[in-house]
Design a protein. Structure first.
Length: 149
């Protein structure tokens, strides 16, 4: 258990957010995770998402949390524009794009606005900040709104 605890602490220091899936891949048990949360060595943000108490957090924490909890989603429209500091609107929900047949995630907070499309090739990714932000061009949704390219 000591090895798992030290591995957990190292992983927590190395990344802003930890997904439970990543901890399981590192063979860290639920007991060790629970003990770390109770000891204050790890903070549970939401189901399956944790961060180190000394980790630097920014205004994009909600986006990071959604990206961690719904890895197949694309942060899009107003949320993507706000992340890139384009425009003046501050969305009250996180806008995500899902494939037409994907299951809608059950997340209480932050609030989600889901846009769906049948277009699979609309997805492209790039790394920014400490998480992978996926962006979709609005034209793929057959709207004349905004091009994010």
């Amino acid at each position: 258990m000591g090895k798992q605890r030290s591995l957990l602490q190292r992983l927590a220091r190395e990344s802003r957010l930890l997904r439970e899936e990543r901890l399981r891949e590192a063979e860290i048990s639920n007991t060790v995770i629970s003990q770390a949360v109770k000891a204050g060595e790890l903070i549970r943000l939401s189901r399956g998402v944790y961060h180190h108490p000394e980790a630097e957090l920014d205004e994009n924490l909600s986006l990071s949390e959604v990206a961690a909890r719904v890895p197949h989603a694309v942060i899009t429209l107003l949320s993507a524009l706000q992340f890139h500091q384009i425009g003046t609107q501050q969305p009250h929900t996180i806008w995500i794009h899902l494939k037409q047949n994907a299951v809608t995630p059950k997340i209480d907070y932050p609030l989600l606005e889901v846009v769906r499309s049948k277009v699979d090739s609309a997805f492209f990714t790039f790394d920014t900040a400490a998480f992978c932000l996926r962006v979709i061009a609005a034209s793929c949704l057959r709207s004349s709104a905004v091009s994010l390219t």
